[in-house]
Design a binder for this molecule. Structure first.
Ligand code: PLP
Length: 427
């Protein structure tokens, strides 16, 4: 049983000068209780905490670290680049090189704009959709998370759900009225909104495989149905691939589901662990963006050379080793079957959703297919599970509404260790 004494002390200190002691809410352990673990350094599949403990990491910085922590090719690219200057606010060739990579790897996009986060990518993608269609309303799904910009904080997943404030104070009624809420995996709920708002809906934004209410798999025909509804009604289909992009396949969920999106948003893996987001579309849409077109969007540090170098090294590594996706999916499958057999043996009701390497465990005996069914799972049981694993050297996402992110450095013996640790859980 590991204790995290120095982490607790550091958290107290952080609380004096940072709201809640963290710079992103889910890190604070509010939903699972206790105090967060502070990281000193990390390498490969392992985190080393300020308390001197080693943890097997199942969040990989919430996704970006596809090949594990301190991945040599990314480190080398960033350190080499840093010696030449860290920011110019002027064009560099690196931006074109990363854009070329994205365009070559991802279906249905001709041009890319780089930003600094997934939030920025989604916010800008929606503005572009509104500018392109000349319409104002947006359909999103309950439990899907698209970053913390105002228009999306209407029943957002993960952090926003964890804190029980899906409609954050500070989001105006004016903004909220333009975001219409549908139910994931329920095409009827989308049709109803479209019928009630004829020619007013600019875009439907969706996590093609949802990962911010745990992992939720799109039902057969759901994404295809959205595509058809969009085509029939002059609506743009926006895939938020911040989580799925470059994690499920080189072409993301567009590749694995074979459903084409009109605008695609990226983040996480695309920056290789540095702050990068991106949105991309075919030329016909992207030409509406400033300075080519009238839809404004900008950023002092957008296309930052260190971030572009990290992203370029990451996507190059993926291109050179496309098998990484099936290796990750295989590891997730091992984890799934291991957890399933231990929990079954203990007689603990559970549902494990997995799509490729995206996976999550819900303590529910019913299928988890949308936000309502995810929220119906047992929170207290998840918290007990989380803390048991943490006390035994395994770092899981500290919220039942988050998916696990595996990385390629994780070995089969790490997964065995994880399953062994679960065996001693006594809820
Ligand atoms: C993480 C995430 C975001 C937000 O990205 P940030 O870089 O945290 O702003 C948006 N959409 C999805 C699907 C995400 O998983």
């Amino acid at each position: 049983m590991i204790v995290y004494q120095r982490s607790s002390a550091l958290f107290q200190e952080a609380n004096q000068v940072i709201p809640g002691g963290v710079n992103s809410p889910v890190r604070a352990f509010k939903s699972v209780g206790g105090t967060p673990v502070f990281v000193k350094e990390a390498k490969g599949a392992y985190l080393h905490t300020e308390d001197g403990h080693r943890l097997i990491d199942y969040i990989s910085s919430w996704g970006p670290l596809l090949f594990g922590h301190a991945y040599e090719p990314v480190l080398a690219a960033v350190t080499e680049r840093a010696k030449k200057g860290t920011s110019f606010g002027m064009p560099t060739e690196l931006e074109t090189q990363l854009a070329q990579k994205v365009v070559s790897m991802v279906p249905n996009v001709d041009k890319v704009r780089f930003v600094n986060s997934g939030t920025e990518a989604c916010m800008s993608g929606v503005r572009l959709a509104r500018g392109f269609t000349g319409r104002e309303k947006l359909i999103k799904f309950a439990g899907c998370y698209h970053g913390h910009s105002d228009a999306f904080l209407i029943q957002a997943g993960s952090g926003a759900v964890t804190f029980g404030s899906p409609n954050s104070p500070g989001v105006t009624a004016g903004t909220a009225k333009d975001t219409l809420l549908a139910e994931y995996n329920n095409l009827e709920s989308v049709k109803t909104l479209i019928d009630a708002n004829p020619e007013q809906i600019a875009a439907i934004i969706v996590e093609p495989i949802a990962g911010n209410m745990g992992c939720i798999i799109p039902a057969e025909g759901f994404l295809e149905g959205l595509r058809e509804l969009c085509d029939a009604n002059g609506i743009l289909l926006l895939f938020d691939e911040v989580m799925t992009g470059f994690r499920l396949a080189a072409g993301g969920a567009q590749e694995t589901t074979k459903v084409a999106a009109d605008i695609v948003m990226y983040g996480k893996v695309i920056g290789g662990g540095l702050p990068v987001g991106a949105f991309a579309a075919r030329t016909e849409i992207m030409q509406h963006l400033a300075p080519e077109g009238p839809v404004y969007q900008a950023g002092t540090l957008s296309g930052n050379p260190l971030a572009m170098a990290a992203g370029h090294a990451m996507l190059s590594a993926i291109e050179a080793d496309n098998k990484v996706f099936s290796r990750l999916a295989y590891k997730a499958e091992l984890l799934e079957s291991g957890i399933h057999s231990v929990l079954s043996e203990k007689g603990i009701a559970h549902t494990i959703n997995r799509y490729g390497s995206m996976i999550s465990v819900h303590f529910s005996e019913d299928p988890v297919v949308n936000f309502a069914t995810a929220a119906a799972a047992s929170g207290p049981r998840f918290n007990s599970y989380f803390h048991h694993m943490l006390a035994n050297g395994v770092y899981l996402p500290p919220s039942a509404f988050e998916a696990y992110f595996l990385n390629d450095a994780l070995s089969e013996s790490d997964i065995d260790f994880t399953i062994e640790a679960l065996k001693s859980w006594n809820p």
